[in-house]
Write a protein of this length. Structure first.
Ligand SMILES: Cc1cc2nc3c(=O)[nH]c(=O)nc-3n(C[C@H](O)[C@H](O)[C@H](O)COP(=O)(O)O)c2cc1C
Length: 170
């Protein structure tokens, strides 16, 4: 199986979740070719069986130019592009290809979920979703991730790989 995990991250927390998901996929399927890339380096998606896309929840949804500027002004160390423009250029999913969306978010009332917007865009580009969108919690805007979330992300990645295997698509 060829898996690609693409993430956006202002403070590094979503990057940590992406790395944990990649570790989970590798654990469940040691023969898999697994790449984990920030969206700035993701380029064109080709020959991917499992595409996993995640970003931080900003203003109750996916980041925008404005929200990234706000994060940068607040001292966020990573100022790459957002997922929106990259997802606009995403090729359609091929036969048997599957995808999944995740985000990081704070546990606040009306937190919203970037993962829902990501999942909607994946579906629009004819990628079948392998799982419900998943959210991983941060303690504050700049992190850290809540205790246990890295383990949960790894387990989520492993479950995605297992599901793929069971469909005989490795
Ligand atoms: C401009 C801005 C807006 C945010 N809005 C929300 C929000 O609406 N809901 C939420 O749960 N978290 C919100 N957050 C917190 C982010 O979800 C948190 O910074 C992110 O999960 C950290 O991930 P990262 O380290 O990968 O950037 C916001 C953060 C920023 C910088």
């Amino acid at each position: 199986m060829r898996a690609l995990i693409v993430y956006e991250s202002s403070y590094g927390n979503t990057g940590q979740v992406a790395a944990a998901i990649a570790a989970g996929v590798r654990r469940a399927d040691p023969g898999a070719e697994v790449r984990c890339l920030p969206v700035a380096e993701a380029g064109t998606v080709e020959d991917v069986d499992l595409l996993v896309v995640g970003g931080p929840t900003h203003m109750r949804g996916m980041s925008t130019g404005l929200s990234r500027t706000l994060a940068a002004k607040a001292g966020a160390p990573e100022h790459g592009p957002g997922l929106r423009s990259w997802l606009r250029t995403l090729p359609d999913g091929g036969p048997g290809a599957r995808a999944a969306a995740f985000d990081t978010r704070a546990e606040v009332k009306h937190a919203g979920a970037a993962a829902d917007g990501i999942a909607a865009r994946l579906t629009k580009h004819h990628w079948d979703l392998a799982a419900e969108p998943a959210g991983f919690l941060v303690e504050d805007t700049d992190g850290p991730l809540r205790e246990g979330e890295t383990g949960r992300a790894e387990a989520w990645g492993a479950a995605l790989a297992d599901a793929h295997r069971q469909r005989g698509l490795t």
